[in-house]
Unconditional design. Structure first.
Lengths: 112, 115
């Protein structure tokens, strides 16, 4: 079946540094790629998404890049802050079945 | 605060109990979802309702029974659960019907413990 691979599974950075999380997907027909942030005791919250007709999207300190040829997309967080500490999930829309497939998650820890 | 509201926040039930989880959204979204999430794992899709009709059942055991009374409400009825069913149960909604690649909005979940 279709799948999404996400790396790394854990990431620890110093406050102020950048963090990068990478995902690859298998369904070449996928055209929608959201990123979710899940804090302890809460549900996943959408932080940014990208569609396949663009290569990059930014929203303040976060950005997502998409390479459709290589079938991978990445989340970039600049000037990290302790409140960025959470689990981040990438996802890709799979046309067969019409649903989102999630990556395994990255636990980001930002040390003050 | 999330715009998808789930109750209760926590639930402890025995294997012979019957209980229900509730989810509500007032964003006019046309699709509603149930996901199950184990610790440090991604959400796993269980059911999707699109325009109040069940459109996806991911081969979920019959001890889980979904219900969509109207476009704003989604229930998950639980009966004869097993300890391995203990997990965070997440409800989500999306603006368009199932099959359209629109963003999911999640609630904060119900933490279920089966004893």
């Amino acid at each position: 079946g279709e799948n999404v691979e996400q790396h790394p599974s854990t990431l620890s950075v110093q406050e102020g540094d950048s963090a990068v999380i990478k995902c690859t997907y298998s369904d070449s027909a996928s055209n929608y790629f959201p990123w979710y942030k899940q804090e302890l005791g809460k549900g996943p919250q959408l932080i940014i998404d990208i569609r396949s007709n663009v290569g990059e999207k930014k929203d303040q300190r976060i950005a997502v890049t998409l390479n459709k040829t290589a079938k991978h997309f990445s989340l970039h967080i600049t000037e990290t802050q302790p409140e960025d500490s959470a689990v981040y999930f990438c996802a890709a829309w799979v046309h067969q079945g019409g649903k989102l497939i999630f990556g395994q998650g990255t636990e980001l820890s930002v040390k003050p | 605060d999330t715009e998808v509201t789930q109750t209760p926040k926590h639930l402890v039930m025995g294997m012979t109990n019957k209980k229900s989880l509730k989810c509500e959204q007032h964003m006019g979204h046309r699709a509603m979802y149930w996901y199950k999430q184990k610790a440090k794992k991604p959400p796993e899709l269980m059911f999707v309702y699109s325009y109040e009709k069940l459109s996806i059942n991911e081969s979920v055991p019959s001890r889980f029974s979904p219900e969509c009374p109207n476009s704003s409400l989604l229930n998950l009825h639980l009966h004869a659960l097993q300890p391995e069913d203990s997990a965070l149960y997440l409800c989500a909604s999306s603006p368009r019907g199932q099959g359209y690649n629109s963003p999911l909005h999640f609630g904060n979940g119900t933490r279920l413990t089966v004893t």
